[in-house]
Design a binder for this molecule. Structure first.
Ligand code: ZN
Ligand code: ZN
Length: 372
């Protein structure tokens, strides 16, 4: 079928809305009419070829939400008409997936970043038949329709606002999952969260939802710090103007129990570790551009636990419905992070995201879809 997709033709170039052909879904796949797709930092990382994959031309987009229009013969838990959120791909069968940690699946790279499905096939083709790199996070959802694997499609309640749910499939579950799944923050405890983008602010909201009583947000952007207070931060630190370690010791003389790092930066991570109480725990979820260097000799006498976390260690089929329930109960107001854009304004939305003008951009796509 002919669909419209935002294609990146070469490294670093703009997204171009283009008519392309999409195959029929395979036996383990579904066809989803995309209603909306969030924009996440990893889309820009892929556009700029920072990880060396996928190749170009490519269709990105990995926070899709939509409605199922067709299911493959071997898909039994989903049906036509289901409202769904698309998340990351995983095999579901390896020992890591089976122990409940699909974000660390042996096939994570192949199913999310390889630019093809796990067998190496492309579902998208230019109108002259040339293959296009696709299957980004098993979805490539900057498009009017997606083919997704049955594993990375999560059915959601029809009374939830489908047009804002896509980011639950990546950025928002990453921040919330670090707090809820990885650190399992206790009521009455203290947390420091470095970086107040969509991921960090999701962590702030989750910490509040779990009744942490001291929630410290660290950033260099005053506006974001003020906003983090609206979402649940009890204290904020502007690391350009204040000494982070001194300020945390003023707030909590014995140190903070938990840390979440969304920055990937050496000095920020060292500041957080130096501010932890003994046996404190740090979740590192920020993508780094340099290798990490730590003050090991200081930290090993503290018994700190550091965990590197992908996708909030989420089992999305359970975690996304849980976040939706928390949203509907008023405990997790992630809609406050979102600004909506028309699909044709994708390059404006990307620029606003990169400049920090928008926390979480979501493209409204469904009105561009033609019926099957
Ligand atoms: Zn697996
Ligand atoms: Zn993402």
């Amino acid at each position: 079928m002919e669909i419209t997709a935002a294609v990146v033709k070469e490294k670093g170039s703009n997204f171009e809305l283009t008519k392309v052909n999409l195959d029929k879904p395979g036996a383990e796949e579904v066809l989803v009419k995309i209603v909306a797709t969030g924009i996440c930092h990893t889309d820009m990382v892929a556009r700029d070829f920072i990880m060396g994959a996928p190749n170009f031309p490519v269709i990105l987009g990995h926070e899709g939400s939509g409605i199922i229009e067709e299911v493959g013969a071997d898909v039994h838990h989903l049906k036509v008409g289901d409202h769904v959120v698309l998340t990351y791909g995983f095999c579901g069968e390896c020992e890591i997936c089976r122990t409940g940690h699909p974000a660390y699946c042996y096939e994570f790279f192949g199913r999310n970043f390889s630019g093809a499905d796990i067998e190496g096939n492309h579902h998208h083709h230019e109108l002259d038949g040339t293959d296009i790199n696709d299957n980004f996070f098993s979805q490539s959802s900057f498009a009017t329709y997606s083919i997704a694997h049955k594993n990375n499609v999560v059915a959601v309640p029809k009374d939830a606002p489908l047009e804002i749910l896509g980011p639950l499939g990546c950025g928002i579950q990453t921040g919330a999952g670090a707090i809820i799944n990885t650190l399992n923050v206790k009521a009455g405890s203290s947390v420091v969260i470095s970086g107040t983008g969509a991921v960090g602010l999701s962590a702030v909201m989750a910490a509040k939802a779990l009744s942490a009583t001291t929630i410290i947000a660290v950033d260099i952007n005053e506006e974001r710090l003020a906003f983090s207070k609206e979402l649940g931060a009890t204290h904020t630190i502007n690391s350009l103007k204040e000494n982070v370690q001194e300020r945390i010791r003023e707030i909590l003389p014995l140190g903070v129990q938990y840390g979440v790092d969304t920055t990937g930066r050496n000095e920020v991570i060292n500041n957080t570790l130096a501010s932890l109480a003994p046996i404190g725990e740090l979740a590192i979820i920020g993508v780094a551009t340099k290798p990490l260097e730590l003050e090991t000799n200081v930290f090993l006498t503290k018994g700190y636990k550091i965990k590197f976390v992908n996708q909030g260690d989420s089992v999305s089929a359970e975690f996304i419905p849980k976040l939706i329930k928390m949203y509907q109960n008023g405990q997790f107001p992630f809609d406050k992070l979102i600004k909506q854009y028309a699909f044709e304004d994708i390059n404006v939305a990307i620029e606003d995201s990169e400049k920090g003008r928008t926390i979480k951009a979501v493209l409204l796509i469904d009105k561009y879809a033609t019926s099957v």
